[in-house]
Design a protein around this ligand. Structure first.
Ligand code: GLU
Length: 310
């Protein structure tokens, strides 16, 4: 096998020349103006070696990738009771769909669709003012990445609040079933701010290391979650991390992964690497077009798919 450094550099060069780059999410105004030309990639190996290429040090809006960190925090706060209020089955529906909520009585299919993440935000709000809950999330992500430069882009959070009619509808609908315990505006305030976390690929790949390393943050040697919980979060990422494109992502890439409409993807090769890719153009399912292609090429060349024999 070529060296990992060479593979990452090759993939970035291929992506720079790729003609079909997808389309940026335009329903959140600040995301609509991000140039399609961007591509960044960071791969942190188990021993901490980090390989980067392209725009790996440029910040982008991590959007729904934050749902992984919020789920981790909420599981720590409320434990497995969380699963009474949110399911863990793939939805087969779009990220912002409302249809299943009626028949499933306000219990969202999984924590990685918007409805489920809004319920998780509501859990993180218990006992806190919104500003404190947002601060907890930011502190957690900074600690995971060991980088205090990570910030929340207030302009993105504000834009989402101004254009988030579907999320407002979802939250009200869930509240009608009694599965939101706080006022809708407060819960959504937490949700929009977590989605507005701005990170680089390098920071994101570092933040994901605990999921590669059985729940331990290798940077500190401290346990973030138990090994069992890390394995289970990875399982939910594999089955639900790409909305109604989760099956396709498993087929093409074969790694637990979580995408965001900012064009980022966090992917975990358990025991091997934590990987972040970013390219703002999305495919029809709202997942990064080139990010997915880059990860597909990476697993082809490294044999890192969880379905590859070791
Ligand atoms: N903040 C976005 C929304 O709620 C997140 C969607 C995503 O990244 O998939 O619409």
């Amino acid at each position: 096998m070529d060296s990992l450094a060479a593979i990452v550099a090759d993939i970035a060069a291929e992506m720079a020349a790729a003609p079909d780059r997808g389309a940026v999410a335009d329903y959140i105004p600040p995301l609509a103006t991000v140039p399609l030309s961007h591509f960044g990639m960071a791969v942190v190996e188990a021993d901490g070696t980090c390989h980067v290429a392209g725009d790996a040090d440029q910040t982008f809006s991590i959007q729904s990738i934050s749902k992984v960190f919020a789920l981790t925090l909420a599981l720590g706060a409320v434990g497995d009771q969380l699963w009474r209020r949110v399911g863990r089955e793939p939805s087969g529906s779009a990220f912002n769909s409302i249809v299943q909520l009626e028949t499933e009585r306000g219990v969202p299919r999984n924590p990685f669709i918007n409805a489920g993440a809004i319920v998780v935000s509501d859990m993180l709000l218990a006992g806190y003012a919104p500003r404190e809950a947002i601060g907890e999330i930011l502190r957690f992500v900074r600690a995971l990445a060991n980088d205090d430069a990570i910030f929340i882009d207030e302009a993105v959070a504000l834009a989402e609040a101004g254009s988030g009619f579907r999320n407002i509808a979802l939250a009200n609908y869930i509240r009608a079933f009694g599965n939101l315990h706080h006022p809708v505006e407060r819960t959504l305030g937490v949700y929009f701010h977590q989605c507005a976390l701005a990170m680089t690929c390098r920071q994101l790949a570092h933040a994901g290391r605990y999921l590669m390393a059985g729940g331990i943050n290798p940077a500190t040697g401290r346990s973030v979650v138990s090994a069992q919980r890390a394995r289970r979060i990875n399982a939910v990422m594999m089955t639900c991390g790409h909305y109604d494109g989760s099956g396709e992502f498993a087929y093409r890439v074969g790694l637990p992964g979580k995408s965001g409409v900012g064009g980022g993807i966090l992917a975990i090769a358990p025991g091997k690497a934590s990987i972040a890719v970013w390219s703002p153009g999305l495919n029809a399912r709202g997942n990064s077009q080139l990010g997915t292609l880059a990860l597909e090429r990476l697993v082809q060349r490294t044999g890192w798919s969880v379905f590859d024999p070791d």
